[in-house]
Design a protein. Structure first.
Length: 41
């Protein structure tokens, strides 16, 4: 799996990526999210 932003890319094993993605999605750590509500674009 090719993952990246702008000019930086990483190659990931698909199974490793999916395992890490599930870990991120199931994490209840919400520290700092309140600060994101004050951002304007």
């Amino acid at each position: 799996m090719l993952v990246g932003q702008l000019n930086k890319f990483e190659l990931w094993n698909e199974q490793a990526w999916l395992a890490k993605e599930n870990e991120w999605l199931n994490n209840d750590d919400n520290d700092g999210f309140e600060e994101l509500t004050t951002l304007s674009f």
